[in-house]
Design a protein around this ligand. Structure first.
Ligand code: ATP
Length: 228
């Protein structure tokens, strides 16, 4: 589903590459944690999958396509197939829960009848039934993250990218969010999650890829946060 082939990525103003010589392959059914100190290259790794940045050398493939070669007009189509979830939720505060999720479908031109059908189903899946008409500010952090996950998943993306999704949540709430991401993974969506959350990584026992100064220093199936 995702393949990095000898990827090096250096930002214009930077002296050192943000990623260097990275070779990673992620299969469709996988759930992968990206770990590493601040500045080790996790966000750059995620941005490369979305083609928000391009490698300086090497190749990035998503679903068999080399995405650096993708014509500019095809990039929105790529991103449509990749859901994103962030630490700070990024909800639209002037829209209700249901409107936030519906909006993701409206902007890609889905028919109203389709939207009316799938939004309630998705909100139920994330455990927000009964809260459709609330505003984001009337929800807890965990609930807001569930809205963000519903919005990311409502179009059934091939890949879900999560950048520190539990970073603003307490441990119990984080466990609930991880159960949800695990469930989404079991529907066939590849999940790649950057995190500093030791407890979560240790509990989930998924594949762990550790970056250090832009290099992959560990790639472990059913891994833990620290080296073992
Ligand atoms: N837009 C940019 N321009 C120049 N350098 C950048 C840019 N974005 C990131 N970098 C540098 O690239 C390196 C990797 O950064 P990246 O954001 O990928 O790390 P990270 O592991 O996601 O960190 P964090 O855990 O703090 O989010 C760092 O040295 C950072 O300073």
């Amino acid at each position: 589903m995702i393949k990095f082939e000898n990827v090096t990525s250096t930002y214009d103003a930077a002296q050192h590459p943000a990623l260097e010589g990275v070779n990673v392959e992620v299969e469709k059914d996988e759930f992968v944690f990206l770990v590493g100190a601040s500045g080790s290259g996790k966000s750059t790794f995620l941005r490369l999958i979305l083609r928000e940045t391009r490698p300086t050398s090497g190749r990035v493939y998503v679903a068999g396509k080399e995405i650096n070669r993708l014509a500019g007009w095809k990039v929105p189509g790529l991103r449509r197939q990749i859901g994103t979830v962030f630490q700070d939720f990024r909800l639209l505060h002037n829209k209700t829960v249901a409107e936030n999720v519906a909006f993701a479908l409206q902007v890609i031109g889905k028919p109203r009848a389709h939207i009316k059908r799938v939004v309630p189903d998705t909100l139920e899946m994330v455990g927000l039934q009964g809260k459709e008409n609330r505003m984001p500010d009337e929800l807890s952090g965990g609930e807001q993250q569930r809205v963000a996950i519903a919005r990311a998943f409502v179009n059934r993306p091939m890949i879900l990218i999560a950048d520190e999704p539990t970073g603003n949540l307490d441990p119990n709430t984080s466990v609930g969010i991880m159960k949800l991401l695990d469930r989404i993974n079991r529907t066939g969506t590849t999940v790649v999650m950057a995190t500093h959350d030791v407890d979560i990584v240790d509990q989930m026992r998924k594949r762990v890829i550790e970056l250090d100064e832009g290099r992959v220093v560990r790639d472990q199936s059913r891994g833990v946060y620290g080296r073992s």
